[in-house]
Design a protein around this ligand. Structure first.
Ligand code: L34
Length: 289
């Protein structure tokens, strides 16, 4: 079994980006600029945003973090989105999800200028993605593709079972892996909470993408020997032995699956860092327009 080292790969890619940024800067003085809006004080979101800001530094980008209390109104947040849409100096921006319950996430996403939507969440970008047109790809699926590519994992003709149908992971990765592309050309089964015999579906997968949000949901006895298992879940479970009081576990039971799988991503250090790096790649792209 080979561990897919997302963390290590992310560092290599950020180094590559930093070199490109240095070249661009020397040529025309341009520096990519990412803005991020963080609403509320969800500890996981804070941690992800910290990683994004740190990655901007590593890549030589400028970054702007806009932090707002969760008492912010939808109208006020729309105003911020509008400002970011029209601030020329900002190449791309994201509004970190989830948002507080009183704010309509869809309305916020729709307000983002697709040209600055480096999350690839706007329906214009999602639609382009589905048709194979150039667009900003959502960061997590994009990070998964990059990992499959760099580790030279064969996807063509493979049977891929995606567990979870969210707008930001399950649905887009299903589309991307089924497309006529490389990585791609998979036969994809998109499974979810209403799937009749989930274990039977997973058992025949050459590639499993786990994005359900349930700790240790997929165990070794469910996985076909030699399969590639991509764990998208990041769950905080209480652990008194850790100084933070919790530890991170994926949707995959690493211990048992590592004895059966051919390739497996760890949590932390797998898909998460690749998500952040993909956002950096999209921002670099946005700044070149
Ligand atoms: N708008 N909202 C928007 N864009 C996104 O792309 C995201 N996502 C998801 C949640 N909401 C979003 C992220 O940024 C998930 N996500 C994300 C980003 C970074 C990491 C994980 C998820 C990450 O850095 N994970 C580390 C551990 C982080 C920790 O210690 O908590 C890892 O090694 O997996």
């Amino acid at each position: 079994m080979k561990v897919l080292d997302g963390k290590g790969l992310a560092e290599i890619i950020k180094q590559e980006i930093a070199e490109k940024v240095a070249e661009i800067k020397a040529r025309n003085g341009n520096v990519p600029h990412l803005a991020a809006v963080l609403v509320g004080d969800d500890p996981a979101s804070q941690s992800y945003i910290r990683n994004k800001v740190r990655s901007c530094d590593q890549c030589g980008f400028e970054s702007t973090l806009i932090k707002k209390d969760d008492s912010i109104t939808e109208e006020e947040l729309l105003e911020i989105v509008h400002d970011l849409n029209t601030t020329e100096d900002i190449d791309g921006f994201i509004v970190q999800l989830p948002l507080p319950a009183h704010i309509d996430e869809q309305r916020i996403t729709l307000a983002i200028d697709p040209e600055k939507d480096v999350d690839g969440f706007h329906p214009v970008n999602f639609g382009k993605m589905a048709q194979g047109l150039p667009s900003f790809l959502p960061a997590t699926p994009m990070g998964i593709l990059e990992m499959l590519k760099r580790y030279e994992i064969e996807t063509s003709g493979a049977h891929c079972v995606v567990v979870g149908r969210s707008n930001i992971v399950g649905t887009p990765i299903s589309i991307l892996l089924s497309r006529k592309a490389s990585p791609g050309n998979c036969t994809v089964t998109l499974t979810h909470s209403r799937t009749r015999d989930l274990a039977k579906e997973i058992a025949r997968a050459d590639i499993v993408i786990a994005a359900i949000g349930i700790p240790n949901f997929i165990s070794g006895d469910m996985v076909k020997p030699g399969a590639t298992v991509i764990d998208v879940g990041i769950n905080r479970v209480e652990d008194a032995s850790r100084k933070r009081g919790y530890r991170l576990v994926g949707d995959v039971d690493f211990e048992s699956v590592s004895k059966v799988a051919g390739y497996l991503t760890p949590v932390p250090g797998g898909v998460g860092p690749m998500t952040v790096t993909s956002l950096m790649l999209n921002t670099l792209e946005a700044s070149a327009k």
